[in-house]
Design a protein around this ligand. Structure first.
Ligand SMILES: NC(=O)c1ccc[n+]([C@@H]2O[C@H](COP(=O)([O-])OP(=O)(O)OC[C@H]3O[C@@H](n4cnc5c(N)ncnc54)[C@H](O)[C@@H]3O)[C@@H](O)[C@H]2O)c1
Length: 335
């Protein structure tokens, strides 16, 4: 049966890396039908809205979305279009795996860490933000619920079980944030008891950052709250050569949305030099989600071989190739 996929090309380098990624997907000759919809600045220009209802309807109908990075204009509408989409579809799990690719400027050569971040609540949302008139006091509210904590921790254990992962680390700051982070930790410890086959430990977030830099091989799966996950997953991207290598998935009970972790890179937009690897890896996560495991691994292997050959790397990877040349190299190595 034809799988319909909503494609949002996005802003800045979004259209360049999305075109590259679709070329790779089309080479696999899967029965996909791409429905192109707009969000972000592109949608604002075309429709006067940052997140048109028509785009949300298409995602709801197709249930799968591959999305380029979006620029949220400062001072207009949503505080973040991405946050609005995650909330609208209750995309409660943000999955951000990082794996070492030989041939990149990575500090380590044996990284395979998956950060699973709660995506719907907590300090990151900055709900109820206020600032007083003379800008001396600012406030926002942190809400953590048992339900969302249960959802994310169970999701992490189930993913770990399915993927044959050995260990889960729950990252928190419950020593100081005794109620909000404390509730998340309490739930994580409860859920862990149901999975005795998976090693479980807990770590305070500041120590986690230090441990990730000093001895990252001790980590396998990290599960954490929204803001800590946002920061830790970028730290992890740095361990494998930067944001250009880091894909992400936003998973809900109905809808799943796949994207690169990086933003719209306005400084290089239009120059056709962006590295499309992160979005291609996000497309591989999408294929896996849809059951096309072999094709997902084929994309990863073609990227791995291209990075190792170093013949057509983009500027951020130390080469001088254009996005299209890097994409040609990946396609030429697809099984
Ligand atoms: N998921 C998303 O849609 C998302 C995520 C983060 C930021 N943003 C938005 O993106 C815009 C720019 O944000 P920013 O500049 O802080 O972060 P950014 O990730 O866009 O760029 C940071 C740096 O990394 C480089 N870079 C990023 N992706 C690259 C790639 N694929 N190839 C080569 N170099 C790459 C950029 O050139 C820049 O120097 C902002 O409007 C922000 O809100 C969107």
């Amino acid at each position: 049966m034809t799988q319909k996929i909503t494609i949002i090309k996005g802003d800045g380098i979004g259209p360049e890396i999305m075109d590259a990624t679709i070329r790779v997907l089309e080479h696999l000759k899967l029965d996909f039908d791409y429905e192109f919809k707009a969000a972000g600045l592109a949608a604002l220009d075309a429709t006067g809205e940052l997140l048109p209802a028509d785009t949300l309807d298409a995602i709801a109908a197709n249930k799968i979305c591959l999305k380029g990075p979006l620029t949220t204009p400062v001072g207009k509408g949503f505080s973040s279009i991405n946050v609005a989409m995650r909330r609208h579809f209750d995309l409660y799990a943000n999955v951000r795996p990082v794996v070492t690719f030989e041939g990149t400027k990575a500090r380590y050569h044996d990284i395979d860490i998956m950060t699973i971040r709660e995506n719907t609540e907590g300090a990151y949302l900055s709900d109820g933000q206020t600032i007083n008139e003379d800008h001396t006091v600012a406030e926002s509210k942190i809400v953590v619920t048992r339900e969302a904590s249960l959802n994310i921790v169970r999701y992490a254990f189930e993913i770990a079980k399915r993927a044959g992962r050995k260990k889960i680390t729950a990252v928190h700051k419950a020593n100081i944030m005794k109620t909000t982070s404390g509730l998340f930790l309490e739930v994580a410890e409860e859920v862990a008891k149901d999975y005795p086959e998976i090693e479980f430990n807990t770590l305070i977030v500041d120590n986690t950052c230090m441990q990730l830099v000093m001895n990252p091989s001790q980590f396998d799966v990290i599960v954490t709250t929204n803001l800590f996950g946002d920061i830790i997953s970028d730290l992890c991207a740095g361990l494998v050569g930067g944001l250009g290598m880091a894909p992400g998935a936003n998973i809900g009970k109905e809808v799943a949305m796949f994207e690169a972790v990086h933003g719209s890179a306005p400084d290089i937009a239009g120059k056709k030099i962006a590295n499309p690897t992160a979005l291609m890896l996000a497309a591989a996560m999408m294929l896996e989600h849809l059951g096309h495991v072999q094709q997902a691994n084929d994309i990863r292997m073609a990227i791995r071989t291209t990075l190792l050959a170093k013949d057509r790397l983009t500027g951020d990877l130390g080469g001088s190739a254009k996005t299209a040349e890097f994409t040609d190299a990946v396609i030429s190595r697809l099984a």
